[in-house]
Design a protein around this ligand. Structure first.
Ligand code: SF4
Length: 299
């Protein structure tokens, strides 16, 4: 299984750029989210139980530098990587006063062996001051990624999951970020309620037409404690099948220029939280199937 034959992966890109393997190390800075605290919405996205993508999510924040070192110890044993990208992953990692953000980001950037940061956020939560700050890190030679959770280009789909922003906010954020030379990674979710695979391809085309530097694709999964879980239990939401997801991602890869860097082709949730689809927990099988779907064409 080697998807790098078919697409440019973040791992391959970083290795070429930095001369050795660079691995992401996840940071939990205990941010909240404007779609949970009432400033944009209440209750959050219907699929969001933040613990599902940060299993150790706790409200007590371990100092960033300690998190980086702890993450490095695990990763170096597993992969041998000696350089790292600090990944601010949980919740909305630009949702705070600029001085506080500066302290957090620089705590990560000043940690040993960290070559840069990747900051995950919502498209409606990236004021110019944040983009200027990230740009200043990039200008100092750090690797900097802004990860924007778009999920779908269809406003009706975004409303359906209580996303609290539309496509227009994404367009604005991407334009302001890329005009500063920042690298943008766009997150898309396949299997959004009431969407078909073709709709995800329409979202892809819109994202590519506007311009992005990276893509992160994952299937919508149903996790415990969410509104989506209640909808799924009532039979109001049906997750994608593994076969449909594999075919869709293969098609996304076919349609995406090699200049665009894939940060992820699928996503998993912890076993304790995942309700459906069960195949989400078998990441390597899914990746292998995607590779097999592409093999006859480009092998
Ligand atoms: S924007 Fe992100 S953190 Fe906020 S509710 Fe939605 S998925 Fe959760």
């Amino acid at each position: 299984m080697d998807l790098t034959k078919h697409a440019t992966t973040l791992g391959r890109h970083l290795k070429q750029k930095w001369g050795e393997r660079v691995h992401k190390v996840s940071i939990n800075a205990a941010f909240t989210c404007p779609n949970r605290d009432g400033s944009k919405g209440i209750g959050g996205c219907t699929f969001c139980n933040n613990a599902s993508f940060s299993p150790s999510d706790k409200k007590i924040v371990t100092p960033i530098s300690e998190q980086v070192l702890a993450g490095q110890k695990v990763i170096v044993k597993r992969t041998g990587a000696k350089k790292y990208l600090a990944y601010f992953q949980s919740y909305t990692n630009t949702y705070a006063e600029i001085d506080y953000l500066k302290t957090l980001y620089e705590s990560a950037l000043n940690s040993p062996n960290v070559v840069g940061i990747s900051v995950g956020t919502r498209p409606d939560c990236v004021p110019d001051a944040v983009l200027d700050l990230l740009q200043s890190y990039q200008q100092k030679g750090h690797e900097v990624w802004l990860e924007l959770g778009l999920q779908s280009s269809f406003d009706a789909s975004l409303q359906r999951v209580n996303r609290g922003h539309g496509f227009a906010e994404y367009v604005d954020a991407v334009q302001r970020a890329r005009s500063r030379g920042l690298q943008v990674c766009t997150h898309l979710i396949a299997g959004m309620p009431s969407e078909k695979p073709e709709d995800t391809l329409v979202s892809l085309e819109k994202v590519l037409a506007l311009g992005t530097d990276g893509l992160k694709i994952h299937p919508l999964h149903v996790v415990k404690g969410t509104q989506l879980a209640r909808e799924w239990k009532r039979g109001e939401y049906q997750p994608m099948t593994q076969a449909d997801y594999v075919q869709l991602v293969a098609e996304i890869i076919r349609r995406t220029p090699k200049s665009i860097i894939f940060h992820r082709f699928t996503g998993t949730a912890s076993e304790e939280l995942l309700l459906a689809p069960a195949w989400c927990s078998k990441k390597w099988i899914v990746l292998n199937d995607i590779c097999n779907a592409l093999e006859p064409e480009r092998a």
